[in-house]
Write a protein that binds this ligand. Structure first.
Ligand code: PEP
Ligand code: MG
Length: 588
């Protein structure tokens, strides 16, 4: 213990903070890659035994998947578990399996080689598609293929980790997350993924620190390596030196102390010292997130991303399925409001039937898809109306860029109301209808749009993307993705003023709403609501409760005079003192 610590080759990787907390421990490198599949010639006599190996492996794979399915249903709910049903269906595909068996007999090759060759054909076709949904399916097919091959080779399924580990993986699919959550997991680190990936959402709910988007962590880390992850700052440190571990522990202690100050705040209102009220609600995608949102003190759901229902399925959910989900969500949040956004499909998001587009963010997305597919839109609107009987359901339309789209969408709502009325189905006739302001053309027309609807909600993620002409997922132009750019800030101000001139409620639901640096500004601009990811909710509330509205207003006025993003960011950071100061890793 008294030994001088060995000099370690510490490597710091920068990613995205996905779930708060610090974890230090041994890495478990989770790789989806299976051991090499070598082609082997077999004799004609060996064919029946080879086919038997294949069938046994198939049956074993199905058994494994059924276990995962049962566990997933319990943990994530039946909607999220459908992914595994789809995988079981691949195993049960008699044409595919028949082809594999025939090829073993005809080509006299070993089972795993033919499985790999045959299933890879499908996989490569799917991967060649530029459709993101097809890519997702290709990974599912890949998972099934690896599972069969692993079972043919009689290799053990990973299910138990030795001791507590930090999982390092390229990505974490729902199946992985489900399996791992049975172990003692200290943290998650992934090469890919964003803050809204499933791994991130689940780790926040389970309070497991996570860093995603690390790019090539899996190339630099082996199982057993000492690693530390900083889920506050979004770093992963390979071979952390004792000094770094000490820094991180100090940082964790500071955050814990800060979090302790926040306990008890959940039950308090989000009001400024001079009693100006700002509604604080949550952005969620899954029913399972509601409990955490409530614990964090959420006063409602300010954005429910309904397109999450499309994950892992090849079709749209039926009106009945949707009614069941929306009703559960509305009941779980009652009496607080739930703002459901109608499917925002296309762009970078999944859709069962999106086609390839050169420029998806400027293409068939959001309300454009819904207006072109009235069957899908009408079913969703009827489901939302059917869930509205308790009067806490609100709906809003994504990607509106013209007033005609608002007229047409409202017309669809009226038609759905008319149909339900004719069928004697109860609903809230006064269900509030709103529009997301996330496209510059809609922002400039905010006053006219506000006149048409009950409320506006500003989506700063897309608003920044479209105002700055920067693809929100493109790393090479990430420096220009500037939510604090004066153009974006002035536009937000313009929209809030426009809504208020028409006496309409206006909220902000982009990621920026949950950035503590932006809170004083938004309060000062007079926004009615901030909808944030649940983990940050107490911190934002603390900031709101520690300022005077009139001071925030003065600060906002000053910001509106500034001409660069840097100036705004620096000024707002300097006045946001409630935040725990960052301890830079490089310190000392
Ligand atoms: C936004 O664009 O700010 C928003 C909240 O929508 P999404 O991130 O789902 O596109
Ligand atoms: Mg958006």
């Amino acid at each position: 213990m008294t030994d001088t610590p060995q000099h370690t080759d510490e490597i710091v990787l920068k990613g995205i903070a996905a779930a708060p907390g610090i974890a230090c421990g041994n890495a478990y490198l989770y790789s989806k890659l299976i051991p090499e599949v070598r082609p082997r010639t077999i004799t004609a006599e060996e064919v029946p035994a080879e086919i038997e190996r294949l069938r046994t492996a198939n049956a074993r794979s199905e058994k494994e998947l059924r276990k995962v399915l049962a566990f997933a249903e319990q943990k994530l709910g039946s909607e999220s578990a459908v992914i595994f049903e789809a995988q079981i269906m691949i195993l049960a595909d008699t044409i595919l399996m028949g082809t594999i068996e025939k090829r073993i007999a005809a080509e006299l090759r070993n089972a795993e080689h033919i499985v790999s060759d045959e299933i890879s054909k499908y996989k490569h076709l799917m991967l060649a598609s530029t459709d993101e949904y097809m890519h997702e399916r290709a990974h599912d097919v890949d998972d099934v293929m690896n599972r069969i091959i692993r079972n043919i080779q009689d290799q053990k399924l990973f299910s138990r980790l030795e001791g507590a580990s930090i999982i390092v993986s390229e990505t974490l699919a729902p199946a992985d997350t489900v399996i791992f959550s049975r172990n003692q997991i200290l943290g998650y680190a992934t090469d890919l993924g964003g803050v809204t990936s499933h791994a991130a959402i689940l780790s926040r709910s389970l309070k497991i620190p996570a860093v995603v988007g690390l790019r090539n962590a899996t190339k630099q880390i082996k199982s057993g390596d000492a690693v530390a992850i900083d889920g506050y700052g979004g770093h992963l440190i390979i071979n952390p030196s004792p000094a770094t571990v000490e820094h991180l522990e100090a940082k964790a202690a500071k955050f814990r102390a800060f979090e302790e100050q926040l306990t008890g705040i959940a039950g308090l209102p989000a009001v400024t010292i001079d009693k100006a009220k700002v509604e604080l609600s949550s952005n969620i995608e899954f029913f399972e997130e509601i409990e955490f949102a409530r614990v964090q003190g959420s006063e409602g759901i300010g954005l429910f991303r309904t397109e999450s229902q499309l994950i892992g399925r090849a079709d749209y959910p039926t009106e009945e399925e949707q009614t069941a989900l929306y009703t559960r969500v509305a009941e779980a949040m009652y009496p607080h409001p739930v703002l459901f956004r109608t499917f925002d499909i296309g762009g970078d998001k999944l859709a069962p039937d999106t086609h390839h587009e050169e420029n998806p963010f400027l293409g068939w997305r959001g309300i454009r898809v819904l207006l072109d597919r009235p069957d899908i839109f009408a079913a969703q609107l009827r489901a939302l109306l059917r869930a509205s009987a308790r009067k806490n359901v609100r709906i809003m339309f994504p990607m509106i860029c013209t007033i005609e789209e608002v007229h047409r969408a409202k017309e669809m709502v009226h038609q759905a109301q008319h149909d339900l009325k004719a069928a004697g189905v109860p609903f809230d006739p006064k269900m509030k209808i709103g529009v997301m302001i996330e496209v510059p053309s809609a922002a400039l027309m905010a006053e006219q749009i506000a006149e048409e609807v009950d409320f506006l909600s500003i989506g700063t993620n897309d608003l920044t993307q479209y105002m700055m002409a920067v693809d929100r997922g493109n790393d090479s132009v990430a420096a220009l993705y500037q939510p604090f750019n004066p153009a974006v800030v002035r536009t937000i101000h313009f929209v809030i003023e426009a809504a208020h001139r028409k006496h309409k409620w206006v909220g902000i639901c982009g990621e920026m709403a949950g950035d503590p640096v932006a809170t004083v500004l938004f309060v000062g601009l007079g926004v009615d609501e901030l909808s944030v990811i649940p983990p940050v909710l107490p911190e934002i509330k603390k900031i709101i409760r520690s300022i005077r509205h009139r001071d925030a207003h003065r600060i906002a006025e000053k910001v509106l005079m500034m001409s660069s993003e840097r100036e705004i960011r620096e000024y707002l950071s300097s006045i946001t003192r409630t935040r725990v100061p960052e301890i830079p890793l490089e310190e000392e």
